[in-house]
Design a protein around this ligand. Structure first.
Ligand code: ZN
Length: 324
């Protein structure tokens, strides 16, 4: 029997686990609620406990596994296997995650940040079709990303590479949580889409359901904006056009530099589907030069919530092969 892998996707609300084959096929899946009380000190012990419990349940032993891979929020030190500054986990102090999990389970462990891990997943088993050059952008509460070039994840000198959310798309734009202005995240995250909708609404004088809802004081979501745009609500159409312009600009700039085979768009906002992708493509074509336009595709992510655990499993594989 070929060895298996455990993939973990650590998030602020749940911790997702999967047991996968060495080819990235999910065999078992489960999750536990993330307990962020007491400065998140229960998180790692609960991961160890949950793994050991499931190994017993499936009558598996540590020697049945190649290893454990995990994607985590915050700043990850891949070598030391530590995480710091994961505020949605209440982790403000350095957490020796690798040490505790290896000691607690007896299985080898590798870790990277969650966006990089999701990028590996989409590259391996999703829209990236296991190509050597794939860029992943995730449009969620924030905007994250991961870059695989020449078959390797790009980390940069301080591990901050692939932060596509902080590409400046408007130097005069909104303040970003990172301290600068006009980052992609301020206009293409779920909250960014809503922010654009509210601002556009103030200047808009025409007929629009979206404007009526906003003026009425009701809360709107990015999904509402896309749904109304699909129904041709004039204001919503304008907002989605602007979001697509910014995404086309950012993706175009990345593609002009890296010429990936695919830029994969994932995260909650991408549930707007091909409707959004088609509009991004139109701007992407405007902002890329011919060779790029003809060879770099923009595609929707395919793995959804499974991207994290699948990518985490490829992380430990490559870690052990020494290719990362
Ligand atoms: Zn920023």
């Amino acid at each position: 029997m070929s060895k298996k892998i455990i993939g973990i996707d650590l998030g602020g609300t749940t911790i997702k686990f999967a047991i996968l084959t060495s080819e990235g096929e999910i065999q078992q899946k489960w999750s536990v609620v993330t307990d962020i009380t007491d400065k998140g000190s229960h998180i790692v012990p609960s991961i160890v406990e949950s793994i050991n419990e499931h190994l017993e349940r499936y009558q598996l032993s540590p020697s049945d596994f190649i290893g454990i891979g995990m994607g985590s929020p915050g700043t990850v030190n891949r070598k030391e296997g530590t995480v710091v500054g994961a505020y949605n986990l209440n982790w403000t102090m350095i957490q020796p995650v690798k040490q505790l999990i290896e000691e607690g389970t007896g299985i080898a462990f590798a870790i990277d940040n969650d966006a990089n891990v999701a990028a590996l997943g989409e590259r391996w088993r999703g829209a990236g079709e296991n190509e050597e050059d794939v860029v992943f952008v995730t449009l969620g509460t924030g905007v994250g990303g991961g870059i695989i070039a020449g078959g390797r994840l790009i980390h940069g000198v301080a591990g901050a590479a692939g932060e596509l959310g902080h590409i400046t798309v408007n130097p005069e734009g909104y303040d970003c949580t990172c301290g600068k202005k006009g980052c992609l995240e301020t206009v293409a995250s779920a909250t960014g889409v809503v922010r654009l909708a509210r601002d556009f609404s103030e200047e808009y004088a025409g007929d629009s359901n979206l404007k009526t809802i906003i003026d009425d004081g009701q809360l709107i979501t990015a999904k509402d904006v896309f749904d109304l745009a699909k129904e041709n609500d004039e204001l919503a159409v304008k907002v989605v056009d602007k979001v697509s312009y910014y995404l086309g600009l950012a993706c175009g700039s990345v593609a002009n530099v890296l010429n990936p085979s695919t830029i994969v768009i994932g995260g909650g906002v991408s549930h707007a589907g091909e409707f959004l992708i088609d509009q991004i493509k139109a701007y992407f074509d405007k902002f890329t030069y011919p060779t790029i336009r003809e060879t770099t595709k923009i595609r929707l992510a395919q793995l959804g919530n499974n991207a994290g655990v699948i990518g985490a499993s490829s992380l430990i594989k490559e870690h052990i092969n020494g290719t990362l």
